[in-house]
Ligand binder design. Structure first.
Ligand code: 5MM
Length: 337
């Protein structure tokens, strides 16, 4: 029998729809704004998020939006709280609940994501603000002698404790173990680390009694390190990513919503399309992109109210392309804005 959380998880990955990751913390959005010479004031952050969230027909391709703590408390210029505005358009409001990836003790290059203290209470508050799902991102770095088993297991444990608290408190957890594409490693090394990470994550999720039907996985794709001399092509990335997921992800998980991780907007769409064109899989495969959805919109908006329509058109174009890719039906021609 289905539960409310099962229905929400299924709605998050409903056909032709994916997730807009707009949960940049203040530091990260500051860097994004700096790239287009926009000052990171609270009002500019609010105005930018309003531009994204009021994009006409956003709900055609976007099932949910992940917000940051500041954003979920903000409102549009007519005073409508963002969670209410999104819900009014048939879009599920989501919230990032981790408090960031911090240095892992006794390891100079590895990270552990924090935020479990007080999480039960914060989840209750976010539910009161209208959130229907949550997100927690673990960061795994590939380098000389890393990741360590200790780092993978500590992050898997934190993801699992977060996911269990979410389900107990009434939110669908997005479980995001991100193996970074930074580095000069090969696609084979990315496969090995991604497989080990996902295995550890699903073992920890089971140990913490997380219901697989009531969650969404947000993984990296299996891809060459940015600095590797051999950059795997679209078909190879799609094949290796699916091979890895089939080994590690239970069929009970309703959907896999990929992060883009620094891929260009077009390449992220090509990869998603290629995977979906390879035939039916046990889970829905869709997007939960941040930069690959937002970068063209941010570049068009540039902090100017007069560029609002241009910013929205740029976002709508990426949404349309990725919606098609989630069906394996993307071609640059059919998805032209
Ligand atoms: C949108 O960026 C998210 C927030 O990052 P910080 O916590 O570092 O501020 C990030 O977690 C994002 O949701 C995922 O990494 C996916 O975004 P990309 O850009 O990799 O698709």
């Amino acid at each position: 029998m289905g539960t409310d959380l099962t229905s929400t998880a299924q709605a998050m990955v409903a056909e032709g729809r994916g997730i807009l990751a707009a949960d940049e913390s203040t530091g990260t959005i500051g860097k994004r704004f700096a790239s287009v010479n926009v000052e990171s004031t609270e009002e500019n952050r609010r105005a930018y998020r309003e531009t994204l969230f009021t994009t006409p027909d956003l709900a055609d391709a976007v099932s949910g939006v992940i917000m940051y703590d500041e954003t979920i408390r903000q409102s549009s210029s007519d005073g409508t709280p963002f969670p209410e505005l999104l819900a009014g358009h048939g879009i599920l409001p989501g919230i990032k609940v981790d408090t960031g990836a911090k240095p892992l003790a006794k390891s100079s290059e590895e990270k552990i994501t924090e935020g479990l203290d007080g999480l039960r209470e914060r989840i209750a508050e976010y539910v009161g603000l209208g959130a229907k799902f949550a997100k927690w991102r673990a960061v795994i770095t590939i380098g000389d002698g890393i990741p360590s088993t200790g780092c993978i297991n500590a992050n898997a444990q934190a993801l699992a404790r977060y996911a269990a608290l979410c389900q107990e408190g009434g939110l669908v957890p997005i479980v995001e173990p991100e193996v970074l594409m930074d580095g000069d490693h090969s696609i084979e090394r990315c496969f090995e680390v991604t497989e080990a990470t996902q295995r550890a994550v699903f073992t920890a999720l089971a140990d913490q009694r997380v219901s697989f039907e009531e969650m969404v996985l947000k993984p990296n794709m299996v891809i060459s390190g940015k600095g590797n001399e051999r950059q795997a092509g679209v078909e190879e990335v799609a094949e290796q990513t699916l091979r890895c997921l089939r080994r590690t992800v239970p069929a009970a998980v309703p959907g896999v919503a990929f992060l883009s991780g620094g891929q260009s907007a077009e390449v992220a769409t090509d990869h998603l399309n290629a995977m979906n064109a390879m035939g039916p899989q046990p889970w829905v495969l869709t997007f939960s992109y941040g930069r690959a959805l937002q970068d063209p919109a941010l570049a068009a908006w540039k902090g100017e109210a007069s560029n609002r329509d241009a910013g929205q058109q740029a976002l709508a174009a990426r949404c349309k392309a990725n919606s098609a890719a989630s069906r394996g039906a993307y071609t640059p021609e059919t998805s032209a804005a």
